[in-house]
Write a protein that binds this ligand. Structure first.
Ligand code: ZN
Ligand code: MN
Length: 478
């Protein structure tokens, strides 16, 4: 898999132009990113820092000495006729990254390299009989990450893509918005087939520029099927004979489309860029960067699973983004019970966040108030369902959950005589259920459940379910 990540810097990779995708065409350009003769590039320090942080998080070895190379292309959206990239001395190399598989296991995906480069501009066709070029994007910093061929299926490619996105957003190195093209995936797919004791390998298909997780999964699955079928029809359809080919992905039709083959392969004529100085990293600075990464999402997810006993899926939801997982940790530190808090994050906070199209942290409810609601629930002052109602009323204000519970009459009634009266009333009104509960073993459980529901209904949801259960059992055994 090859991935391009647009780094979240204010300015471009080698000039001071702002990275601003919404700007009118060709208004965020200067002599450097327009490739004017005589203009000189200057390295964006922040982009280098982001690349190093990402390389460290991917367990790469960071080069002590790294340099810049020119990769020659001749395209209208690349006015210099070369892209500044890194060829033989990338910032990061030899890393690894873990993904969880659908079957519930773990797989380690080796990272071959991570290097910095600049993006090209955009060619706009728009149904005109000519092409227009917008160079606002030219020179935007990109981190290119390349894995070893360790991904073994469409599902693994999907898992890798989502997990990598969580990491880059977590580290703040990119917004990684797929729709905006801030993270683009290029799977290189081929199939190994063993027949009659011989191994056949189909030609590698590089599927260019996928910008959704779904298209990553679908394009890989499509290629696996297509290549297998093509090889079945023609056993000469092999890597040896055909090499590597480029394909595009048609998301509407759900098919890949051939773009170009081996004979058109580019000769990039890499050579060191004489206009840029090499970058040397001091060991102390590298250690500082490593130390400042903090707990990474996978480690945090494992911690929540092990220390609180959350399920893998729940722990993943809570650590989907850094702010939400920090909100969770802060609420625990404020005294919330981990299990109750975990349930509330999954049961209603995440539902509210989804409804609003934000993360849980994006709801803007403070950790203190979130912790207070969890405490009210854990202490039995409000029921689980009342807590969900209170949570809804906590949005967009600063009112404490206790105040809301009091105002809305959602505090659980643990007054035994009041509860007893509801139990008596439910028993008097449901003779058949009482008879079933007392003398029909087949219907006993259902009848008791029904009666408990009736009592809760009579109490307006305020009775303490535990007390109701106790009083109901006592009354039925009389
Ligand atoms: Zn510029
Ligand atoms: Mn690239």
């Amino acid at each position: 898999m090859e991935i391009h990540v647009q780094l979240a810097t204010r300015s471009k990779m080698f000039c001071a132009c702002l990275v601003e995708p919404g700007a009118p065409p060709n208004e965020r350009v200067c002599p450097v990113c327009l490739g004017m003769p005589g203009s000189l590039p200057v390295i964006n320090r922040r982009a280098v820092e982001f690349a190093v942080r990402m390389a460290l998080a991917l367990n790469c070895t960071v080069a002590r000495f790294t340099k810049w190379d020119r990769k020659s292309y001749f395209y209208p959206d690349l006015p210099k006729n070369y892209q500044i990239s890194q060829y033989d001395l990338p910032i990061g190399a030899g890393g690894h990254f873990r993904i969880s598989t659908k079957e519930g296991g773990d797989r380690t995906i080796r990272i071959r390299r991570a290097h910095l480069e600049e993006d090209a501009g955009k060619n706009l066709h728009e149904g005109l009989d000519h092409t227009r070029v917008d160079l606002n994007r030219a020179g935007t910093p990109l981190l290119e990450i390349v894995t070893e061929p360790d991904l073994a299926s469409a599902d693994e490619a999907y898992a890798f893509a989502t997990e990598l996105q969580r990491l880059v957003v977590w580290l703040g190195v990119s917004e990684a918005n797929m729709q905006k093209g801030q993270m683009r995936f290029e799977p290189n797919v081929n199939v190994s087939i063993t027949e009659g004791g011989r191994e056949f390998r189909t030609p590698i298909a590089e599927v260019k520029n996928l910008n959704s997780f779904r298209s990553v999964r679908n394009a890989v699955a499509y290629e696996v099927d297509r290549q297998r079928a093509q090889w079945k029809a023609d056993h000469g359809y092999t890597l040896d004979q055909h090499g590597k080919m480029n394909f595009g992905w048609d998301d509407v039709r759900g098919v890949t489309e051939f773009q170009r083959g081996k004979e058109e392969a580019h000769d990039y004529r890499y050579f060191p860029d004489p206009d840029l100085v090499p970058v040397l990293f001091e060991p102390d600075w590298l250690s500082e960067q490593a130390a400042s990464l903090g707990e990474l999402p996978q480690a945090r997810q494992a911690r929540l699973r092990e220390s609180i006993g959350l399920s893998e899926a729940d722990a993943a939801t809570i650590t989907a983004d850094r702010a939400t997982s920090e909100l969770f940790d802060t609420a625990i530190a404020a005294g919330a019970d981990g299990k109750v808090l975990g349930k509330q994050f999954i049961n209603f906070w995440s539902a509210q966040a989804n409804a609003k199209g934000v993360s849980i942290a994006g709801l803007g409810v403070s950790a203190t108030r979130i912790a207070e609601l969890a405490k009210l629930t854990a202490e039995g002052i409000v029921s689980a369902s009342a807590a969900a109602q209170i949570a809804e009323k906590m949005l967009g204000n600063e009112e404490s959950p206790t105040a809301i519970a009091n105002r809305e009459g959602l505090v659980q009634v643990r007054d035994e005589s009041a509860t007893q009266a509801w139990v008596d009333q439910a028993i008097a009104a449901n003779a058949q259920a009482v008879a079933d509960a007392q003398s029909n073993p087949k219907k006993k459980q259902a009848a008791i459940g029904f009666l408990r529901g009736q009592v809760m209904k009579l109490s307006g949801g305020k009775a303490d379910p535990k007390l109701v259960g106790e009083l109901l059992e006592k009354k039925l055994s009389e």
